[in-house]
Ligand binder design. Structure first.
Ligand code: HAM
Length: 383
């Protein structure tokens, strides 16, 4: 939980820093919401079952369909652009492996009602802000961006008979003549592979996007990569994924534009984009790079009663310290002073309060500073 809280705190801070409001939805949704809207990639990984009323339900595998439905239902009355973030617990029924678990926590950031390229750059920069807060730099992570329209255009040029199939193969890194049979001929597969690999930043949208990233100070993180097409069916244009430069892992985050989803869910036609960033791949990376903090301190102060008579006064000292915003505790039974110092150190406390009968009679306590090493006497009334 300490690791989870550390990561979550960076997520919350980066989203709030960019003016996003936190939202959430129900963990249990109707199966329909996912089946129709997310496509095969997620449908095959749903934790789905029939409830007692015979309704087909599923634990949420992602938040985007819920966000789409929320906006479809309430969008008319909300000021645009809508800037929402959430940290939902998600469930995917798949084989557990490094970087992929049956349950994970995901940072979701979405902007709805903005078609401008500036929104694309804002969303990417919020993802990067979170990573930077966790100590990651452009030497550790980078964003691969693409635009689906460019790939669709290339597929049209090549007379592709099944775009979805080819996009899925590109997404899985499994584009071969054999796998693409029926959609593309052997020569076309060769041409497509060459085109995907050659790096051009020719199209206008991405050019504008890169300039906006420069303004946000994150240009060095961002690269064009035509292989990024995303597996989920609802993406319509700009797409991106974040990877670690060690290339050892799966994506740390992924997202893009889904300009048709709100309308598909019965709402108005509204442009939208966002991303999801999981805690699993990210947690592994931070651990590998030794960027996770040491075990967090549990206490600021330990209050030690000298003798059973001082248990009550020690509790009173604890009360005052807690009211003052300090994390403090006293043992439930008297302990030896030597043991108390050991306990304090283990708990990460920086001060030990010794509550002895003589000092207490004077309305004072002894305070040992574990960092500086000194000892002072403090009035209880001034703690
Ligand atoms: P996704 O690519 O399926 O996109 O997931 C986004 C991120 O969630 C992944 O890059 C990964 O870090 C994490 N993740 C996904 N599945 C697992 C798993 N089984 N175990 C651990 N981590 C996992 C989406 O979910 C989209 N709904 C994101 C989005 C939001 N697009 C627009 N708005």
């Amino acid at each position: 939980m300490a690791v989870r809280r550390h990561i979550e705190q960076a997520w919350h801070a980066s989203a709030r820093g960019a003016g996003f409001l936190e939202v959430d939805g129900p963990p249990l949704e109707s199966l329909d919401l996912f089946k129709a809207k997310s496509g095969d990639a997620i449908a095959g990984e749903l934790y789905a079952f029939n409830d007692k009323g015979g309704r087909e339900v599923a634990l949420r595998a992602e938040l985007t369909p819920t966000i789409g439905r929320l906006v479809a239902t309430h969008g008319q009355s909300l000021k645009k652009p809508i800037k929402w973030y959430a940290v939902p617990q998600l469930f995917r029924y798949q084989r557990q492996q490094r970087g992929r678990l049956k349950e994970h926590l995901q940072f979701n950031v979405d902007v709805i009602g903005a078609a401008e390229v500036g929104a694309d750059a804002e969303v990417v920069s919020v993802a990067l802000d979170a990573l930077r807060r966790l100590g990651l730099t452009s030497e550790h992570v980078y964003v691969r961006v693409n635009h689906r329209a460019a790939v669709d255009q290339k597929l049209a040029e090549l007379d592709c008979a099944d775009n979805e199939k080819v996009l899925r193969l590109i997404d899985k890194g499994a584009l071969t003549a054999e796998n693409a049979a029926g959609a593309l001929g052997t020569a076309a597969v060769g041409e497509l592979q060459a085109w995907l690999t050659e790096q051009t930043d020719g199209d206008a949208h991405l050019g504008e996007f890169f300039a906006a990233c420069e303004d946000f100070g994150v240009r060095e993180f961002v690269e064009l990569d035509r292989h990024i097409v995303r597996g989920l069916d609802y993406y319509t244009g700009f797409v991106f994924e974040i990877f670690d430069r060690g290339l050892s892992e799966r994506a740390i985050a992924g997202g893009g534009r889904y300009d048709n989803l709100v309308e598909k869910l019965g709402g108005p036609s509204l442009p939208a984009l966002g991303f999801g960033m999981g805690d699993v791949v990210l947690g592994d990376l931070l651990k590998d790079l030794k960027l996770l903090p040491a075990a967090p301190a549990r206490l600021d102060a330990l209050v030690v009663p000298i003798g059973a008579d001082m248990l009550g006064p020690a509790r009173q000292v604890v009360r005052r310290l807690r009211d003052g915003g300090q994390r403090a505790e006293a043992p439930f039974a008297p302990i030896k002073v030597g043991k108390a110092f050991k306990l304090a150190e283990q708990a990460g406390a920086t001060r030990v309060f010794l509550v002895g009968p003589d000092e207490w009679a004077d309305g004072t306590v002894k305070v040992k500073d574990l960092r500086e090493g000194g000892e002072t006497v403090a009035y209880f009334a001034e703690l």
